[in-house]
Design a protein around this ligand. Structure first.
Ligand code: DON
Length: 584
Protein backbone atom coordinates (compact mmCIF):
# COMPACT_ATOMS: atom_id res chain seq x y z
CA UNK A 1 0.00 0.00 0.00
CA UNK A 2 1.42 3.40 -0.96
CA UNK A 3 1.90 6.29 1.45
CA UNK A 4 -1.06 8.18 -0.06
CA UNK A 5 -3.38 5.22 0.48
CA UNK A 6 -2.22 4.86 4.08
CA UNK A 7 -2.86 8.59 4.62
CA UNK A 8 -6.28 8.18 3.04
CA UNK A 9 -7.14 5.33 5.38
CA UNK A 10 -5.89 7.33 8.35
CA UNK A 11 -8.19 10.20 7.39
CA UNK A 12 -11.16 7.82 7.08
CA UNK A 13 -10.32 6.30 10.48
CA UNK A 14 -10.11 9.77 12.03
CA UNK A 15 -13.45 10.76 10.52
CA UNK A 16 -15.04 7.57 11.87
CA UNK A 17 -13.57 8.29 15.29
CA UNK A 18 -15.07 11.78 15.15
CA UNK A 19 -18.47 10.42 14.19
CA UNK A 20 -18.50 8.10 17.17
CA UNK A 21 -20.02 9.90 20.16
CA UNK A 22 -20.57 13.07 18.13
CA UNK A 23 -23.71 14.03 20.12
CA UNK A 24 -23.54 16.94 22.55
CA UNK A 25 -21.07 16.15 25.37
CA UNK A 26 -21.72 16.86 29.05
CA UNK A 27 -19.19 16.79 31.86
CA UNK A 28 -21.84 16.28 34.57
CA UNK A 29 -24.98 14.16 34.70
CA UNK A 30 -27.17 13.57 31.66
CA UNK A 31 -30.77 12.58 31.15
CA UNK A 32 -33.12 11.56 28.37
CA UNK A 33 -36.91 11.45 28.63
CA UNK A 34 -39.90 11.70 26.30
CA UNK A 35 -40.91 15.16 27.60
CA UNK A 36 -38.96 18.44 27.89
CA UNK A 37 -40.63 19.13 31.25
CA UNK A 38 -39.59 15.77 32.66
CA UNK A 39 -36.00 16.18 31.47
CA UNK A 40 -35.93 19.70 32.94
CA UNK A 41 -37.21 18.35 36.28
CA UNK A 42 -34.50 15.67 36.27
CA UNK A 43 -31.83 18.25 35.53
CA UNK A 44 -33.20 20.47 38.30
CA UNK A 45 -32.75 17.60 40.77
CA UNK A 46 -29.15 17.07 39.63
CA UNK A 47 -28.48 20.81 39.99
CA UNK A 48 -29.96 20.73 43.49
CA UNK A 49 -27.42 18.06 44.50
CA UNK A 50 -29.68 15.09 43.86
CA UNK A 51 -28.45 11.90 42.22
CA UNK A 52 -29.65 9.82 39.28
CA UNK A 53 -32.53 8.37 41.33
CA UNK A 54 -33.80 11.78 42.46
CA UNK A 55 -33.66 12.89 38.83
CA UNK A 56 -35.39 9.79 37.45
CA UNK A 57 -38.16 9.85 40.06
CA UNK A 58 -38.83 13.56 39.55
CA UNK A 59 -39.00 12.88 35.80
CA UNK A 60 -41.33 9.92 36.29
CA UNK A 61 -43.80 11.97 38.34
CA UNK A 62 -43.72 14.80 35.77
CA UNK A 63 -44.10 12.31 32.91
CA UNK A 64 -47.37 11.12 34.42
CA UNK A 65 -48.71 14.68 34.48
CA UNK A 66 -47.61 15.88 31.05
CA UNK A 67 -48.05 12.56 29.24
CA UNK A 68 -51.07 10.97 30.91
CA UNK A 69 -51.53 8.82 27.82
CA UNK A 70 -48.18 7.07 28.44
CA UNK A 71 -47.72 6.65 32.17
CA UNK A 72 -48.76 7.99 35.53
CA UNK A 73 -49.40 7.23 39.16
CA UNK A 74 -52.27 4.97 38.16
CA UNK A 75 -49.79 2.67 36.40
CA UNK A 76 -46.62 0.74 37.18
CA UNK A 77 -43.17 -0.14 35.89
CA UNK A 78 -39.66 -1.44 36.30
CA UNK A 79 -36.38 0.22 37.26
CA UNK A 80 -32.70 -0.68 37.31
CA UNK A 81 -30.67 1.47 39.69
CA UNK A 82 -26.88 1.33 39.59
CA UNK A 83 -24.76 2.70 42.43
CA UNK A 84 -21.62 4.23 40.96
CA UNK A 85 -19.86 3.99 44.31
CA UNK A 86 -20.40 0.35 45.26
CA UNK A 87 -20.81 -0.88 41.68
CA UNK A 88 -24.02 -2.68 42.69
CA UNK A 89 -27.19 -2.69 40.62
CA UNK A 90 -30.67 -3.14 42.10
CA UNK A 91 -33.90 -3.92 40.33
CA UNK A 92 -37.34 -2.87 41.47
CA UNK A 93 -40.50 -4.37 40.00
CA UNK A 94 -43.38 -2.02 40.76
CA UNK A 95 -45.67 -3.30 38.08
CA UNK A 96 -49.40 -3.65 38.64
CA UNK A 97 -50.83 -6.94 39.89
CA UNK A 98 -54.20 -8.60 39.25
CA UNK A 99 -56.84 -7.79 41.89
CA UNK A 100 -57.78 -10.57 44.32
CA UNK A 101 -61.16 -11.05 42.66
CA UNK A 102 -59.63 -11.43 39.17
CA UNK A 103 -60.34 -14.76 37.49
CA UNK A 104 -58.83 -16.68 34.64
CA UNK A 105 -61.89 -16.21 32.42
CA UNK A 106 -62.95 -12.73 33.42
CA UNK A 107 -62.71 -11.44 29.83
CA UNK A 108 -64.23 -14.48 28.17
CA UNK A 109 -67.89 -14.99 27.25
CA UNK A 110 -69.22 -18.04 25.40
CA UNK A 111 -65.67 -19.24 24.88
CA UNK A 112 -64.51 -16.02 23.25
CA UNK A 113 -62.55 -13.02 24.53
CA UNK A 114 -64.91 -10.01 24.67
CA UNK A 115 -63.17 -7.22 22.71
CA UNK A 116 -62.36 -4.13 24.77
CA UNK A 117 -63.11 -5.61 28.17
CA UNK A 118 -59.43 -5.91 29.13
CA UNK A 119 -58.41 -2.55 27.64
CA UNK A 120 -61.24 -0.06 28.20
CA UNK A 121 -63.07 0.72 31.43
CA UNK A 122 -63.01 -0.40 35.06
CA UNK A 123 -62.64 -4.17 34.57
CA UNK A 124 -59.29 -3.57 32.81
CA UNK A 125 -57.69 -1.98 35.89
CA UNK A 126 -54.91 -3.80 37.75
CA UNK A 127 -53.62 -2.68 41.17
CA UNK A 128 -51.32 0.30 40.48
CA UNK A 129 -47.69 0.11 41.63
CA UNK A 130 -46.13 3.36 40.39
CA UNK A 131 -46.49 5.38 43.59
CA UNK A 132 -45.06 2.62 45.79
CA UNK A 133 -42.25 2.11 43.28
CA UNK A 134 -41.24 5.72 42.68
CA UNK A 135 -41.27 6.53 46.41
CA UNK A 136 -39.39 3.37 47.38
CA UNK A 137 -36.70 4.13 44.80
CA UNK A 138 -36.41 7.61 46.26
CA UNK A 139 -36.22 6.36 49.83
CA UNK A 140 -33.64 3.66 49.13
CA UNK A 141 -31.44 5.37 46.58
CA UNK A 142 -32.28 9.09 46.48
CA UNK A 143 -30.86 12.01 48.44
CA UNK A 144 -33.60 14.62 48.19
CA UNK A 145 -36.89 14.71 50.13
CA UNK A 146 -40.16 13.81 48.37
CA UNK A 147 -41.39 17.40 48.68
CA UNK A 148 -38.51 18.59 46.46
CA UNK A 149 -38.70 15.68 44.03
CA UNK A 150 -42.48 15.96 43.59
CA UNK A 151 -42.53 19.77 43.27
CA UNK A 152 -42.11 19.94 39.46
CA UNK A 153 -44.96 17.45 38.94
CA UNK A 154 -47.26 19.32 41.33
CA UNK A 155 -46.48 22.57 39.60
CA UNK A 156 -47.09 21.07 36.13
CA UNK A 157 -50.45 19.68 37.24
CA UNK A 158 -51.52 23.00 38.75
CA UNK A 159 -50.25 25.37 36.07
CA UNK A 160 -51.49 23.11 33.29
CA UNK A 161 -49.99 21.39 30.29
CA UNK A 162 -50.50 22.40 26.69
CA UNK A 163 -51.97 19.96 24.25
CA UNK A 164 -49.11 18.89 21.99
CA UNK A 165 -49.49 17.13 18.64
CA UNK A 166 -48.68 13.85 20.44
CA UNK A 167 -51.38 14.47 23.07
CA UNK A 168 -53.82 15.24 20.30
CA UNK A 169 -53.02 12.05 18.39
CA UNK A 170 -53.19 9.91 21.50
CA UNK A 171 -56.49 11.41 22.70
CA UNK A 172 -57.91 11.05 19.20
CA UNK A 173 -57.03 7.35 19.28
CA UNK A 174 -58.84 6.94 22.59
CA UNK A 175 -61.65 9.47 22.11
CA UNK A 176 -64.56 7.07 22.45
CA UNK A 177 -62.99 5.38 25.46
CA UNK A 178 -62.35 8.73 27.19
CA UNK A 179 -65.89 9.92 26.40
CA UNK A 180 -67.30 6.96 28.31
CA UNK A 181 -65.76 8.15 31.59
CA UNK A 182 -67.24 11.36 32.95
CA UNK A 183 -64.21 12.30 35.03
CA UNK A 184 -61.70 11.51 32.27
CA UNK A 185 -63.79 13.56 29.81
CA UNK A 186 -63.86 16.52 32.19
CA UNK A 187 -60.06 16.47 32.54
CA UNK A 188 -58.76 15.36 29.15
CA UNK A 189 -61.43 16.56 26.68
CA UNK A 190 -63.30 19.85 26.14
CA UNK A 191 -67.02 20.58 25.83
CA UNK A 192 -68.13 22.08 22.53
CA UNK A 193 -70.77 24.84 22.33
CA UNK A 194 -73.28 22.07 21.56
CA UNK A 195 -72.30 20.26 24.72
CA UNK A 196 -70.49 17.35 23.03
CA UNK A 197 -67.14 16.14 24.33
CA UNK A 198 -64.36 16.84 21.89
CA UNK A 199 -60.62 16.73 21.52
CA UNK A 200 -58.91 19.81 22.89
CA UNK A 201 -57.08 21.65 20.09
CA UNK A 202 -53.28 21.69 19.96
CA UNK A 203 -52.09 24.52 22.20
CA UNK A 204 -55.06 24.30 24.56
CA UNK A 205 -54.00 24.30 28.24
CA UNK A 206 -55.29 21.51 30.50
CA UNK A 207 -55.09 21.92 34.25
CA UNK A 208 -55.18 18.97 36.65
CA UNK A 209 -55.90 20.47 40.10
CA UNK A 210 -57.20 17.16 41.53
CA UNK A 211 -54.01 15.42 40.50
CA UNK A 212 -51.95 18.27 42.01
CA UNK A 213 -53.77 17.69 45.31
CA UNK A 214 -53.13 13.96 45.16
CA UNK A 215 -49.44 14.53 44.43
CA UNK A 216 -49.22 16.99 47.32
CA UNK A 217 -50.66 14.28 49.52
CA UNK A 218 -47.83 11.94 48.44
CA UNK A 219 -45.20 14.61 49.12
CA UNK A 220 -46.52 14.91 52.67
CA UNK A 221 -47.84 11.47 53.53
CA UNK A 222 -45.84 9.13 51.31
CA UNK A 223 -47.27 6.09 49.55
CA UNK A 224 -49.83 5.61 52.33
CA UNK A 225 -51.65 8.67 51.00
CA UNK A 226 -52.34 6.66 47.85
CA UNK A 227 -52.83 3.10 49.09
CA UNK A 228 -55.17 4.00 51.95
CA UNK A 229 -57.59 6.78 52.87
CA UNK A 230 -59.34 9.18 50.51
CA UNK A 231 -57.45 8.31 47.32
CA UNK A 232 -57.67 4.53 47.79
CA UNK A 233 -61.40 4.77 48.52
CA UNK A 234 -61.92 6.89 45.41
CA UNK A 235 -59.97 4.45 43.22
CA UNK A 236 -61.79 1.36 44.48
CA UNK A 237 -65.13 3.19 44.58
CA UNK A 238 -64.86 4.39 40.97
CA UNK A 239 -63.69 1.04 39.67
CA UNK A 240 -66.34 -0.97 41.47
CA UNK A 241 -69.15 1.44 40.59
CA UNK A 242 -68.24 0.82 36.94
CA UNK A 243 -68.26 -2.95 37.23
CA UNK A 244 -64.57 -3.53 38.03
CA UNK A 245 -63.20 -5.76 40.77
CA UNK A 246 -60.43 -3.72 42.46
CA UNK A 247 -60.93 -3.15 46.20
CA UNK A 248 -59.39 -1.01 48.96
CA UNK A 249 -57.87 -4.25 50.31
CA UNK A 250 -56.09 -4.79 46.99
CA UNK A 251 -54.58 -1.33 47.32
CA UNK A 252 -53.71 -1.70 51.00
CA UNK A 253 -51.88 -4.97 50.37
CA UNK A 254 -49.94 -3.85 47.27
CA UNK A 255 -46.20 -4.56 47.56
CA UNK A 256 -43.32 -3.84 45.21
CA UNK A 257 -40.90 -6.66 44.44
CA UNK A 258 -37.12 -6.24 44.52
CA UNK A 259 -35.57 -8.61 41.97
CA UNK A 260 -32.14 -9.75 40.87
CA UNK A 261 -30.97 -8.12 37.63
CA UNK A 262 -30.78 -10.48 34.69
CA UNK A 263 -27.16 -10.64 33.61
CA UNK A 264 -25.58 -11.35 30.26
CA UNK A 265 -22.95 -9.93 27.98
CA UNK A 266 -22.42 -8.73 24.45
CA UNK A 267 -18.99 -8.60 22.87
CA UNK A 268 -17.26 -8.18 26.18
CA UNK A 269 -19.75 -5.69 27.61
CA UNK A 270 -21.59 -6.83 30.69
CA UNK A 271 -25.34 -6.25 30.39
CA UNK A 272 -27.88 -6.01 33.19
CA UNK A 273 -31.54 -5.99 32.26
CA UNK A 274 -35.01 -6.70 33.57
CA UNK A 275 -35.73 -10.29 34.66
CA UNK A 276 -39.21 -11.92 34.54
CA UNK A 277 -42.05 -10.96 34.85
CA UNK A 278 -40.54 -8.94 32.04
CA UNK A 279 -40.13 -11.02 28.92
CA UNK A 280 -38.12 -8.16 27.48
CA UNK A 281 -34.80 -8.66 29.25
CA UNK A 282 -34.71 -12.37 28.38
CA UNK A 283 -35.33 -11.52 24.70
CA UNK A 284 -32.64 -8.81 24.72
CA UNK A 285 -30.02 -11.24 26.05
CA UNK A 286 -31.17 -14.14 23.88
CA UNK A 287 -31.04 -12.19 20.64
CA UNK A 288 -27.75 -10.43 21.36
CA UNK A 289 -26.22 -13.71 22.53
CA UNK A 290 -27.41 -15.57 19.44
CA UNK A 291 -26.08 -12.83 17.15
CA UNK A 292 -22.71 -12.92 18.85
CA UNK A 293 -22.52 -16.68 18.27
CA UNK A 294 -23.58 -16.39 14.64
CA UNK A 295 -21.46 -13.35 13.85
CA UNK A 296 -18.43 -13.34 16.15
CA UNK A 297 -16.78 -10.81 13.87
CA UNK A 298 -19.44 -8.13 14.54
CA UNK A 299 -22.89 -7.26 13.29
CA UNK A 300 -24.46 -4.69 11.03
CA UNK A 301 -28.09 -3.96 10.29
CA UNK A 302 -27.06 -2.87 6.78
CA UNK A 303 -26.26 -6.35 5.50
CA UNK A 304 -29.17 -8.56 4.35
CA UNK A 305 -27.39 -11.74 5.41
CA UNK A 306 -26.90 -10.40 8.92
CA UNK A 307 -30.45 -9.01 9.03
CA UNK A 308 -31.81 -12.43 8.12
CA UNK A 309 -29.97 -13.90 11.12
CA UNK A 310 -31.32 -11.15 13.35
CA UNK A 311 -34.91 -11.86 12.28
CA UNK A 312 -34.46 -15.58 12.86
CA UNK A 313 -32.91 -14.99 16.30
CA UNK A 314 -35.81 -12.70 17.26
CA UNK A 315 -38.39 -15.18 15.95
CA UNK A 316 -36.95 -17.88 18.21
CA UNK A 317 -36.72 -15.60 21.23
CA UNK A 318 -40.42 -14.77 20.86
CA UNK A 319 -41.31 -18.46 20.63
CA UNK A 320 -39.62 -18.95 24.01
CA UNK A 321 -41.50 -15.95 25.29
CA UNK A 322 -44.87 -17.39 24.29
CA UNK A 323 -43.96 -20.72 25.77
CA UNK A 324 -42.28 -19.92 29.07
CA UNK A 325 -42.59 -16.33 30.22
CA UNK A 326 -44.82 -15.20 33.03
CA UNK A 327 -44.66 -14.15 36.67
CA UNK A 328 -41.88 -16.28 38.24
CA UNK A 329 -43.70 -16.18 41.59
CA UNK A 330 -46.54 -18.18 40.05
CA UNK A 331 -44.91 -20.57 37.62
CA UNK A 332 -41.50 -21.98 36.93
CA UNK A 333 -39.81 -19.72 34.43
CA UNK A 334 -36.56 -21.38 33.28
CA UNK A 335 -34.82 -18.02 32.99
CA UNK A 336 -31.24 -19.22 33.55
CA UNK A 337 -31.62 -21.92 30.91
CA UNK A 338 -33.22 -19.55 28.40
CA UNK A 339 -30.22 -17.21 28.46
CA UNK A 340 -27.59 -19.94 28.90
CA UNK A 341 -24.82 -20.32 26.34
CA UNK A 342 -26.01 -23.85 25.53
CA UNK A 343 -29.54 -22.73 24.74
CA UNK A 344 -28.30 -19.81 22.67
CA UNK A 345 -26.09 -22.21 20.73
CA UNK A 346 -29.17 -24.39 20.10
CA UNK A 347 -31.13 -21.37 18.88
CA UNK A 348 -28.25 -20.28 16.65
CA UNK A 349 -27.83 -23.82 15.33
CA UNK A 350 -31.50 -24.11 14.38
CA UNK A 351 -31.29 -21.13 12.00
CA UNK A 352 -31.04 -21.73 8.29
CA UNK A 353 -28.69 -18.97 7.09
CA UNK A 354 -30.36 -18.91 3.67
CA UNK A 355 -34.07 -19.33 4.37
CA UNK A 356 -36.69 -17.87 6.70
CA UNK A 357 -38.20 -20.42 9.10
CA UNK A 358 -41.98 -20.41 8.97
CA UNK A 359 -43.31 -19.39 12.37
CA UNK A 360 -45.98 -22.06 12.01
CA UNK A 361 -43.27 -24.70 11.91
CA UNK A 362 -42.08 -23.62 15.37
CA UNK A 363 -45.61 -23.76 16.74
CA UNK A 364 -45.72 -27.34 18.03
CA UNK A 365 -43.01 -26.42 20.52
CA UNK A 366 -45.11 -23.60 21.92
CA UNK A 367 -47.36 -25.27 24.47
CA UNK A 368 -50.70 -23.63 25.04
CA UNK A 369 -50.65 -21.72 21.78
CA UNK A 370 -53.69 -22.60 19.74
CA UNK A 371 -53.35 -23.29 16.04
CA UNK A 372 -56.50 -21.32 15.33
CA UNK A 373 -54.76 -18.09 16.32
CA UNK A 374 -52.33 -18.36 13.44
CA UNK A 375 -53.32 -16.21 10.55
CA UNK A 376 -51.97 -14.99 7.28
CA UNK A 377 -54.22 -11.97 7.51
CA UNK A 378 -52.50 -8.63 8.06
CA UNK A 379 -51.71 -8.24 11.73
CA UNK A 380 -54.13 -6.54 14.05
CA UNK A 381 -51.16 -5.02 15.75
CA UNK A 382 -49.94 -2.20 13.58
CA UNK A 383 -48.91 0.24 16.25
CA UNK A 384 -51.86 2.59 16.06
CA UNK A 385 -51.68 5.93 17.86
CA UNK A 386 -53.44 4.74 20.98
CA UNK A 387 -51.00 1.87 21.37
CA UNK A 388 -47.93 4.06 21.37
CA UNK A 389 -47.81 4.57 25.08
CA UNK A 390 -45.42 3.83 27.94
CA UNK A 391 -42.35 5.93 28.59
CA UNK A 392 -38.71 5.43 29.43
CA UNK A 393 -36.33 7.55 31.50
CA UNK A 394 -32.54 7.20 31.40
CA UNK A 395 -30.21 9.08 33.75
CA UNK A 396 -26.50 8.83 34.49
CA UNK A 397 -25.25 11.34 37.04
CA UNK A 398 -21.79 12.83 37.53
CA UNK A 399 -20.83 10.08 40.01
CA UNK A 400 -21.67 7.24 37.64
CA UNK A 401 -24.97 6.37 39.32
CA UNK A 402 -27.40 5.28 36.66
CA UNK A 403 -31.14 4.66 36.38
CA UNK A 404 -33.08 3.01 33.58
CA UNK A 405 -36.80 3.23 34.37
CA UNK A 406 -39.68 2.21 32.12
CA UNK A 407 -43.19 2.98 33.29
CA UNK A 408 -46.66 2.68 31.78
CA UNK A 409 -50.42 2.72 32.07
CA UNK A 410 -50.40 0.16 29.21
CA UNK A 411 -52.76 1.33 26.45
CA UNK A 412 -53.05 5.05 25.57
CA UNK A 413 -54.74 6.78 28.55
CA UNK A 414 -54.80 3.36 30.25
CA UNK A 415 -58.33 2.19 30.93
CA UNK A 416 -59.65 5.79 30.41
CA UNK A 417 -61.01 5.65 33.97
CA UNK A 418 -60.15 8.46 36.39
CA UNK A 419 -60.78 7.87 40.09
CA UNK A 420 -63.31 10.52 41.12
CA UNK A 421 -61.84 13.66 42.66
CA UNK A 422 -58.23 12.41 42.58
CA UNK A 423 -57.04 13.06 39.02
CA UNK A 424 -55.60 9.52 39.01
CA UNK A 425 -55.95 7.96 35.56
CA UNK A 426 -56.00 4.19 35.96
CA UNK A 427 -54.10 1.62 33.93
CA UNK A 428 -55.44 -1.23 31.78
CA UNK A 429 -52.52 -3.52 32.52
CA UNK A 430 -54.84 -6.55 32.80
CA UNK A 431 -54.59 -6.75 29.00
CA UNK A 432 -50.98 -7.90 29.33
CA UNK A 433 -52.25 -11.21 30.72
CA UNK A 434 -53.32 -13.96 28.38
CA UNK A 435 -57.09 -13.40 28.48
CA UNK A 436 -57.17 -16.83 26.87
CA UNK A 437 -53.77 -18.49 26.67
CA UNK A 438 -52.80 -18.65 23.01
CA UNK A 439 -55.04 -15.78 21.84
CA UNK A 440 -53.24 -12.54 20.87
CA UNK A 441 -53.60 -9.42 23.05
CA UNK A 442 -53.73 -5.75 21.95
CA UNK A 443 -50.12 -5.97 20.72
CA UNK A 444 -50.86 -9.17 18.83
CA UNK A 445 -48.68 -10.97 21.34
CA UNK A 446 -49.50 -14.56 21.98
CA UNK A 447 -48.70 -15.66 25.49
CA UNK A 448 -49.24 -19.02 27.07
CA UNK A 449 -50.30 -20.72 30.28
CA UNK A 450 -47.62 -19.09 32.47
CA UNK A 451 -49.31 -15.76 31.74
CA UNK A 452 -52.90 -16.79 32.54
CA UNK A 453 -54.78 -14.49 34.93
CA UNK A 454 -54.42 -15.24 38.65
CA UNK A 455 -55.10 -12.97 41.64
CA UNK A 456 -51.98 -11.11 42.82
CA UNK A 457 -50.03 -12.08 39.72
CA UNK A 458 -47.95 -9.67 37.62
CA UNK A 459 -48.86 -9.67 33.93
CA UNK A 460 -46.06 -10.46 31.50
CA UNK A 461 -44.35 -7.35 30.17
CA UNK A 462 -42.08 -6.34 27.32
CA UNK A 463 -40.52 -3.43 29.20
CA UNK A 464 -36.76 -3.75 29.07
CA UNK A 465 -34.85 -1.07 30.98
CA UNK A 466 -31.24 -2.04 30.35
CA UNK A 467 -27.73 -1.04 31.44
CA UNK A 468 -24.67 -1.86 29.34
CA UNK A 469 -21.30 -1.67 31.10
CA UNK A 470 -17.96 -0.58 29.73
CA UNK A 471 -15.55 -3.25 28.53
CA UNK A 472 -12.74 -1.68 30.50
CA UNK A 473 -14.64 -1.70 33.79
CA UNK A 474 -17.62 -4.05 34.14
CA UNK A 475 -18.91 -2.01 37.11
CA UNK A 476 -19.08 1.26 35.17
CA UNK A 477 -22.24 1.94 33.19
CA UNK A 478 -21.61 2.89 29.55
CA UNK A 479 -25.21 2.98 28.30
CA UNK A 480 -28.61 3.31 29.97
CA UNK A 481 -31.45 2.59 27.54
CA UNK A 482 -35.11 1.66 27.23
CA UNK A 483 -38.19 2.36 25.15
CA UNK A 484 -41.96 2.04 24.93
CA UNK A 485 -43.54 0.10 22.10
CA UNK A 486 -45.25 -2.95 23.61
CA UNK A 487 -43.99 -6.05 21.85
CA UNK A 488 -41.40 -3.98 19.93
CA UNK A 489 -39.60 -2.80 23.09
CA UNK A 490 -36.96 -5.55 23.20
CA UNK A 491 -36.04 -5.21 19.52
CA UNK A 492 -35.73 -1.43 19.87
CA UNK A 493 -33.38 -1.88 22.84
CA UNK A 494 -31.38 -4.59 21.01
CA UNK A 495 -30.90 -2.34 17.99
CA UNK A 496 -29.71 0.67 20.01
CA UNK A 497 -27.21 -1.55 21.84
CA UNK A 498 -25.92 -3.15 18.63
CA UNK A 499 -25.65 0.21 16.86
CA UNK A 500 -23.49 1.54 19.70
CA UNK A 501 -21.43 -1.60 20.37
CA UNK A 502 -21.09 -3.03 16.84
CA UNK A 503 -21.24 0.04 14.66
CA UNK A 504 -19.71 2.58 17.05
CA UNK A 505 -22.61 4.96 16.42
CA UNK A 506 -22.97 7.98 18.62
CA UNK A 507 -25.97 7.52 20.86
CA UNK A 508 -28.13 10.05 19.00
CA UNK A 509 -27.61 8.24 15.72
CA UNK A 510 -28.23 4.87 17.37
CA UNK A 511 -31.57 6.09 18.71
CA UNK A 512 -32.53 7.74 15.40
CA UNK A 513 -31.77 4.77 13.15
CA UNK A 514 -34.60 3.07 11.27
CA UNK A 515 -35.97 -0.06 12.96
CA UNK A 516 -36.84 -3.64 12.05
CA UNK A 517 -38.97 -5.96 14.14
CA UNK A 518 -40.35 -9.49 14.17
CA UNK A 519 -42.24 -11.17 16.99
CA UNK A 520 -42.84 -14.72 15.71
CA UNK A 521 -46.58 -14.18 15.40
CA UNK A 522 -47.77 -12.77 13.08
CA UNK A 523 -45.10 -14.03 10.70
CA UNK A 524 -44.15 -10.60 9.34
CA UNK A 525 -41.01 -8.54 9.29
CA UNK A 526 -41.84 -4.97 10.22
CA UNK A 527 -39.71 -2.23 8.74
CA UNK A 528 -40.23 1.35 9.79
CA UNK A 529 -40.22 4.34 7.49
CA UNK A 530 -36.49 4.87 7.85
CA UNK A 531 -35.77 1.16 8.06
CA UNK A 532 -34.15 -0.46 5.05
CA UNK A 533 -33.23 0.23 1.44
CA UNK A 534 -35.39 -1.36 -1.30
CA UNK A 535 -32.52 -3.63 -2.38
CA UNK A 536 -32.19 -4.94 1.18
CA UNK A 537 -35.92 -5.61 1.35
CA UNK A 538 -35.76 -7.52 -1.93
CA UNK A 539 -32.87 -9.61 -0.60
CA UNK A 540 -34.87 -10.41 2.54
CA UNK A 541 -37.97 -11.29 0.53
CA UNK A 542 -35.83 -13.64 -1.51
CA UNK A 543 -35.05 -15.46 1.74
CA UNK A 544 -38.76 -15.86 2.42
CA UNK A 545 -39.50 -12.95 4.75
CA UNK A 546 -42.87 -11.27 4.43
CA UNK A 547 -42.19 -7.55 4.74
CA UNK A 548 -44.63 -5.14 6.29
CA UNK A 549 -43.96 -1.41 6.21
CA UNK A 550 -45.08 0.27 9.40
CA UNK A 551 -44.82 4.02 9.82
CA UNK A 552 -42.86 4.05 13.11
CA UNK A 553 -42.73 2.70 16.62
CA UNK A 554 -40.81 3.07 19.85
CA UNK A 555 -39.28 6.01 21.65
CA UNK A 556 -35.77 5.12 22.77
CA UNK A 557 -34.30 7.29 25.51
CA UNK A 558 -30.62 6.71 26.15
CA UNK A 559 -27.58 8.09 27.97
CA UNK A 560 -24.06 7.06 26.98
CA UNK A 561 -20.79 7.55 28.83
CA UNK A 562 -17.64 7.54 26.75
CA UNK A 563 -15.47 5.05 28.64
CA UNK A 564 -12.32 6.87 27.52
CA UNK A 565 -13.22 10.47 28.40
CA UNK A 566 -16.01 9.94 30.91
CA UNK A 567 -18.09 12.53 29.04
CA UNK A 568 -21.85 11.89 28.90
CA UNK A 569 -24.04 12.01 25.79
CA UNK A 570 -27.81 11.78 25.93
CA UNK A 571 -30.35 11.15 23.19
CA UNK A 572 -34.11 11.38 22.99
CA UNK A 573 -35.86 9.63 20.12
CA UNK A 574 -36.82 12.14 17.41
CA UNK A 575 -39.93 10.03 16.77
CA UNK A 576 -41.48 11.64 19.84
CA UNK A 577 -41.50 15.01 21.61
CA UNK A 578 -38.78 14.34 24.16
CA UNK A 579 -35.56 16.05 25.07
CA UNK A 580 -32.10 15.04 26.19
CA UNK A 581 -30.29 17.30 28.61
CA UNK A 582 -27.17 17.34 30.75
CA UNK A 583 -24.92 19.31 33.04
CA UNK A 584 -21.98 21.21 31.59
O1 DON B 1 -45.62 -3.94 29.81
C1 DON B 1 -45.81 -3.99 28.60
O2 DON B 1 -45.18 -4.69 27.86
C2 DON B 1 -46.88 -3.11 27.99
N1 DON B 1 -47.87 -2.80 28.95
C3 DON B 1 -46.20 -1.88 27.45
C4 DON B 1 -47.11 -1.06 26.61
C5 DON B 1 -46.39 -0.30 25.58
O3 DON B 1 -45.20 -0.12 25.61
C6 DON B 1 -47.17 0.24 24.46
N2 DON B 1 -46.38 1.12 23.66
N3 DON B 1 -46.41 1.38 22.54
Amino acid sequence: MGAAAVRGLAVVALLLACVAHAARPYRGGAVATAYPQASAAALEMLEKGGNATDAAVAAAFVAGVVGPYHSGIGGGGFALVHDGGSGETKVLDFREVAPKAATRDMYVKDGKVVPGLSTDGPLAVAVPGAVAGYLQLLKEHGKLPPSVVLAPAISAARKGIWVTPRYHTMANGRLECLRRDEEASRIFLVKSAEGTLELPPVGHVLKQPDLARTLEGLAKGGARAFYSGRVAKAIAGTVRAGGGVLTVEDLASYKTRPRQPLEGSYRGHRILTMPPPSAGGVAVLQVLGTLEKLRPQGFTFKDPEALHLYVEAVRRAYVDRAKYLGDPDFSDVPTARLVSSGHLADLAGSIDPKKATLSTSLLPQAAGVQGSTLTDKPAVLTPEPERKNTTHISVIDKDGNAVALTTTVNYGFGSCVVAKGTGVLLNDEMDDFAAQPGVPNAYGLVTGEPNAIQPGKVPQSSMSPTLVFSREDPKRVMLAVGSPGGSTIPTTVIQVISHVVDSGMDVARAVNEGRVHHQYLPDELWVDRWGLEPATLTALEARGHKIRRVEQWGDAEAVFVDPKTGLRYSASDPRNEGMALGQD
